[in-house]
Ligand binder design. Sequence first.
Ligand SMILES: [Zn+2]
Length: 239
Amino acid sequence: MSCIVSDRGYVEIWFEGYPGIEDIVSAGFSTLLCDSSTDFVKLIGLDEGTFVRGRQVHGDRVVLVGEGDSGSTVPAADGLVTSQRRLALTATFADCVPLFMVEPSAGLIALVHAGWRGTVKRIAEKAVQVIVDNGGLRERILVALGPHICKRCYEVDEMVLRQFSCSYSRADEFFEASRPGHWLLDLDRANRRCLEEAGVLTDHISSCGLCTSCSVGLLSSRRRDGERAPLMRGAIFLK
Ligand SMILES: [Zn+2]
């Protein structure tokens, strides 16, 4: 378990494998309990307005952003990376996997939106590469997987299974047959494998353990509640 629900109603995201990491980075995920009138980045400890987001398209583009991007929306970006202190990276989520990443020695963070399409496109690996291209070391990267839909709640069809089989060896490990032509997909396991194959150490990867669909009353799920369900927000910033 790498998170708790704070007394302010949001999920505090923790990283494992680096003592004192809480002095370097802050990350959180909004819930239905958060006061929607309060700016979420303020809730996790940052001044208003100092955030950047990507226009999420279920793609695999990961973009490095800096101080000049504050307040902007980066076109077609499902992953953002920055070394800029006190600039929050934010993204919205329904059931997709939020990947919070930090390379504490190089002072780099990333926030990635990985649904099944982004996971097939190996967006986690692409975020690792952007961190490395900007001076980070793979073996120092810490990753926390935030709340997302769990395997028990996430049934997919053969088209999805086929695409994973083209993108991953042993992709069958991510799937469990549920009924004819349908499988339960373990997005957590697929993203962990993607990160490990990108050189992230296994004991540097942790999962929040909260399912958006199972957590009735706490988290919103489009799979559970339909397209009108409110989106949740993830944010991370370097202190
Ligand atoms: Zn679930």
